[in-house]
Design a protein around this ligand. Structure first.
Ligand code: ATP
Ligand code: MG
Length: 872
């Protein structure tokens, strides 16, 4: 039997033999495309070739692409694990023609590969062809039909409507009719009963689509209309896991060697057995085997779990997996992270980025699992409370939503726990709460983007800002966008000096002068490769020459921080070790922020060494050399390649002393390190498990940082009367202070002692009880208490009431000894509450034999003494 690795290799070899260049998978996490969080199809990385924004280096390519379908137009999450052929993360094998061959060749080759290389049984294969769509004015696919008719028996060719046979990536973008290939995996008996063609595209678990040949011919626009593209392309996608299952002749993707390793490892950890059924327990095994791949590869591509955007999608997948083992495998400790070595090894030669970062990914996953298990635990306690308080055996919608929103309990988990207590949840109420939240968040983030108004269709969109900061150019297209009720504009220029935000470096700001009007560019961003300039207003007429000018001061200060980031990265690896890898970065004119993998706090001593290394490099005034070369040459040179970055075939390499720092980088830099002047680290902290953050400043920002510190120091010095050595002076000050405190304490103790002796002289005998009532002069209420204790050790059968005016407020201590408590039925707290508190407008309490009180009113202190005395 062919292994999955062999099957993948045969696919690539086949298309190589048909003149295709084999390219690597793009990262699963998408950067620079606001319409997409994750790669959801093999074609995503080629979108610009289809749209004509960029010229492809090869006209025929093939690859295996990591895809994730859990958000947006393609979302299979709820199916995953429940069925046996939809995954969150899967590999899509694909071959492409960019304006080269078209339908006839694509169709013939797909058939050749399946039936001659993989030797699939033709009688089990069905193909579909687009029947056309009158509303969209789309004709039936005649070319595809003719191509199929040549090789496939007519009763195995079916027609499909727009839903199944017209492929679209998202709401807008490249699209076109498609032709699918389906396989009928049922037994011969079942096939005899119902012909396979009746089950195609009917969600039958054994009659499944494996390959889709899409013929990209249109661009779907925002207004819903279709615009024909200048050239026509082929875009195919075959689900690798499904193909393996068909070739290995299994009933489920999970029974192939793609998943059996992970399932066996899960069995070993949990002590449970996977039984291939539809039971919740079996679903749990499949969910775990599936989700761990999505989690592992997205984190390895640089996306950490978080509370927003792509990070939140990963967090949700991870939590879904935790819930399944927690609820159905009865396993209550972190489990997913223990499966990572199995996957790392399995994909070592296909997607090496996981194996290379295994420690890091494990740390992140374990931390997430730990945190969520704790939340689940808290949620379970909360559920107990909710159940205890609920009426008529239902958990109301609001409570169910609180469990979902605060504790991550989806309705099915709450339902399950409720059912165990013979309870229901209010489904309608829950849905209503859910909808309200969706509406709230949609209103907060909705961005309405209009179609481009194109002024010059064939113009280039070129970045010239490495060399020039001011140029004459023209606007080629623009559009209006609306977010949170505010209107703004986006413009594209033929050539632009404006750097678009990427690689952590912020976008440039500046001005455009058009027809004697000047508009402000507030930001510059990329959408795929398109450089988009943001402006709040635009002039009435956009035709004509445009003078584009970048804010020079801001750009220069930003470059200083970008070059400083490279120096810092290299110094970190020298001081902390080569496990340090970039996990995120922000570079602007004010500072730099650099996140990197490292498992401990960076000590002050290490920070000092890092600063020293960077500052030495600055003083060397090393030239910053920038070269374009092939990716292979760059890696051979020792460039630090960042996982999760998408690079073309030629890369830009930034070299600061070839023995010190070589990085792939598209950003802008200073000419020589001397321009940085100075480098200072401001702050070091943790951002996530195994990820530290350093904030630092360089150039003018570093000078201001030092100035501020010097100013503080000068102020301190002046307050200390300008000593020669400030630290010595402060040391003395602190020592003096401690010494003085000690002396005051001992003086006070002596003073209290004298006071006590005086009080003992003034004892009055009233009805056979020793009474002391006195106004004393002390600095705090504690002294009164201490005095009362001291009296206790020198007197018996007594009642003492000590009062004091401390800074205008009343302080009182009443004390008596056990015999008085027993004989007279007097208790100190009672005396305070009933007789003292009202007189001083305050309150207090304490023990039977000693209680204290404080109050706002110090004018009745002698009355207090009289009042207590009268009780005897
Ligand atoms: P289906 O109808 O089965 O969900 P699809 O129409 O969404 O498939 P396409 O968008 O055409 O699929 O993707 C191309 C191929 O990728 C499919 O033929 C299938 O083999 C595979 N594929 C699609 N979605 C998944 C998934 N969630 N898990 C695994 N493979 C998938
Ligand atoms: Mg689908």
């Amino acid at each position: 039997m062919l292994t999955s690795a062999e099957i993948r290799q045969q696919f690539l070899d086949f298309f190589r033999s048909k003149g295709h260049e084999i390219v690597p998978s793009a990262p699963i996490v998408v950067k620079n495309d606001p319409t997409l969080l994750f790669t959801n199809a093999g074609m995503n990385q080629f979108k610009d070739y289809f749209l004509g924004n960029k010229k492809p280096p090869y006209t025929r390519v093939a690859d295996t692409q990591k895809c994730l379908r859990v958000s947006g137009k393609h979302n299979d999450l709820e199916e995953v694990g429940v069925d046996t052929y939809h995954h969150t993360m899967f590999e899509m094998l694909g071959n492409w023609s960019f304006g080269d061959y078209f339908k006839a060749e694509a169709i013939a080759w797909s058939w050749e590969l399946l039936t001659e290389v993989y030797k699939l049984d033709k009688s089990r294969l069905y193909v579909t062809v687009f029947e056309g769509d009158a509303k969209e004015n789309l004709p039936p696919s005649k070319i595809a039909l003719d191509a199929w008719k040549k090789i496939v028996a007519e009763e195995h060719i079916l027609f499909g409507n727009k839903k199944d046979n017209f492929w679209e990536m998202g709401d807008t973008g490249p699209c076109g009719p498609c032709s699918e290939i389906h396989v009928d995996m049922r037994s011969d008996e079942e096939r005899a009963l119902i012909p396979g063609k009746e089950l195609v595209n009917k969600d039958h678990p054994q009659v499944i689509e494996i390959w889709n040949n899409v013929f990209i011919q249109y661009n779907r626009k925002k207004d819903g209309s279709l615009e024909p593209l200048p050239s026509r392309h082929v875009d195919t996608g075959m689900g690798f896991e499904r193909l393996v299952r068909v070739i290995q002749n299994k009933k489920s993707n999970y029974d192939t060697d793609v998943f059996t390793g992970t399932i066996a490892a899960t069995e070993a950890i949990t002590g449970k057995k996977y039984d291939y059924s539809d039971s919740k327990e079996a679903v749990a095994f499949r969910v775990i085997a599936d989700h761990i791949r999505a989690i592992a590869f997205t984190i390895a591509d640089g996306q950490l779990p978080s509370n927003t955007g792509a990070g939140y999608v990963i967090r949700r997948i991870l939590r879904r997996a935790v819930r399944y083992y927690f609820s159905y495998l009865d396993y209550k400790q972190p489990l997913l992270f223990r499966l990572l070595p199995v996957i790392g090894k399995q994909f070592e030669h296909v997607f090496p980025e996981l194996e290379k970062q295994l420690d890091f990914v494990s740390k992140v996953v374990k931390e997430e699992e730990d945190a969520f298990l704790k939340t689940l635990d808290k949620g379970l306690k909360r559920i107990d409370d909710i159940i205890a308080q609920s009426v008529n055996k239902t958990i109301n919608g609001r409570a169910a939503f609180e469990l979902f929103d605060t504790y991550g309990f989806p309705a099915d988990l709450t339902r399950l726990i409720a059912a165990e207590q013979q309870m229901d949840i209010d489904e309608e109420g829950f849905k209503a709460e859910m909808q309200q939240q969706k509406d709230r968040s949609r209103a907060a983030t909705a961005i309405d983007t209009e179609d481009w108004v194109v002024l010059d269709e064939f113009a280039l969109n070129e970045f010239v800002g490495y060399d020039s900061l001011e140029i004459q150019t023209k606007v080629t297209k623009y559009r209006k966008v609306k977010a949170k009720g505010k209107e703004a504009f986006q413009l594209v220029l033929e050539a632009t000096p404006f750097y678009a935000e990427s690689g952590g470096q912020v976008g440039d700001t500046g001005t455009l002068e058009i027809n004697d009007e000047t508009i402000v560019i507030t930001d510059t961003k990329k959408e795929n490769n398109l450089i988009i300039h943001f402006a709040d207003t635009i002039p009435a007429h956009l035709n004509g020459p445009v003078f584009a000018k970048v804010d020079l001061g801001k750009r220069k200060a930003t470059e200083v921080h970008h070059s400083a980031t490279h120096l810092l990265h290299a110094a970190l690896r020298k001081v902390l070790g080569t496990h340090v890898a970039q996990k995120g970065s922000l570079v602007n004119s004010e500072h730099l922020r650099f996140d990197f993998s490292h498992f401990a706090k960076v000590t002050d001593e290490e920070i000092a060494r890092i600063e020293t290394i960077v500052n030495r490099k600055i003083r060397e005034n090393a030239p910053v050399i920038i070269k374009e070369m092939s990716k292979e040459d760059a890696v051979a040179m020792g460039a630090m390649a960042l996982f999760g970055e998408k690079y073309g075939d030629t890369v830009r390499v930034v070299i600061i002393d070839p023995t010190y720092s070589i990085e792939l980088c598209g950003g802008t830099h200073v000419g020589n390190t001397g321009e940085l002047g100075l480098f200072k680290i401001k702050h070091e902290s943790a951002v996530a498990a195994g990820v530290r953050r350093i904030e630092a400043v360089s150039g003018a920002a570093a000078a201001s940082f030092v100035d501020e510190h010097m100013a503080t120091l000068a102020a301190v010095k002046e307050m200390l009367k300008n000593p020669k050595d400030i630290s010595k002076a402060v040391e003395h000050l602190v020592a003096d202070n401690t010494e003085l405190k000690k002396r005051i304490e001992s003086l006070e103790a002596r003073q209290l002692n004298i006071l006590k002796e005086e009080l003992l002289q003034k004892v009055q005998l009233i009805h056979g009880i020793n009474f002391i009532g006195a106004l004393v002069d002390v600095s705090n209420a504690d002294a009164l208490k201490k005095l009362s204790f001291d009296i206790k050790s020198s007197l018996s059968n007594y009642v003492a009431v000590l009062v004091s005016n401390i800074d205008g407020k009343a302080a009182v201590a009443v004390s008596l000894d056990e015999t008085v408590v027993n004989d007279k039925k007097l208790e100190a707290p009672k005396i305070i509450k009933e007789h003292v508190a009202p007189l001083i407008k305050g309150g207090g309490g304490g023990q039977k034999t000693l209680a204290t009180a404080g109050g706002q009113d110090a004018s009745n202190l002698s009355k207090v003494i009289e009042q207590v005395k009268s009780l005897l």
